[in-house]
Design a protein around this ligand. Structure first.
Ligand code: C5P
Length: 219
């Protein structure tokens, strides 16, 4: 079974995807880490004219098994990631690793921006997680503070809004929910409620799929 969990920055998709992995006993990949790993390597070159070429070389050589999230979770690395993620060559270079993870025997949960549309369009269940930008900024601020970082909340909100805009207007057409994705708005949900709702949606998607494969007529 493949579960695709997409959504904007700090929507809660990573936490939800990890919980779904535990619930259904499936391996989980946070695909944002791949873009973050490339972005972090580009911090000295982010305004250079040859950024695309350099980012492409790093993406092609990236050892996806050796990624350490410890150095990748800062807001600064998130911005760098979104700047290299607009290059089609970088997306192509990171495609195989994500596709391989998605199609491994037994299935997987992946979270990102384009899992349900590009990486695994055949996924058995697709969720698109959304939440108000102010709520996402506050959640991310608390997450970083829990890691001992100091956070400027106004700057955090501005960064989330700018990253949404960059992700929306990227040359590949921007990220959008797959036509068959279920939208889950977590603005008013705490994490436990969001996970419970996500599990209910995945169970419902699986039931719909088995009904249609059995020749039934799901609504
Ligand atoms: O999800 P996260 O905040 O870690 O992602 C960092 C950035 O990486 C995103 O803003 C987006 O630009 C990029 N990304 C992407 N495709 C994915 C995952 C992340 O373009 N599947």
């Amino acid at each position: 079974m493949i579960i695709a969990v997409d959504g904007p920055a700090a929507s809660g998709k990573g936490t939800i995807a990890a919980a779904l992995g535990r619930h259904y006993n499936l391996p989980h990949l946070d695909t944002g880490l791949l873009y973050r790993a490339v972005g972090r390597e580009m911090r000295a070159y982010i305004d250079m004219p040859d950024l695309e070429e350099r980012a492409l070389a790093v993406a092609r050589d990236l050892d996806t098994d050796a990624i350490d999230p410890e150095y990748l979770m800062s807001a600064e690395v998130g911005v760098l990631a979104s700047k290299v993620a607009v290059f089609p060559g970088v997306r192509q270079a990171l495609f195989e690793a994500q596709r391989g993870f998605a199609t491994q025997a037994g299935g997987a949960v992946l979270d990102g921006r384009d899992i349900g549309t590009v990486i695994a369009p055949e996924a058995d269940a697709k969720l698109f997680i959304v939440a108000e930008p102010e709520i996402r900024a506050e959640r991310r601020a608390r997450q970083l503070e829990a890691r001992g970082q100091t956070v400027d909340r106004a700057a955090m909100l501005a960064e989330i809004v700018a990253r949404d805009e960059r992700d929306r207007s990227a040359p590949h057409g921007g990220f959008h929910p797959a036509a068959d994705a279920v939208l889950l708005d977590t603005s008013q949900l705490d994490i436990e409620a969001a996970i419970t709702a996500a599990i209910a949606e995945v169970d419902a998607a699986i039931a719909r799929k088995s009904a249609s494969m059995a020749g039934g007529f799901p609504e």
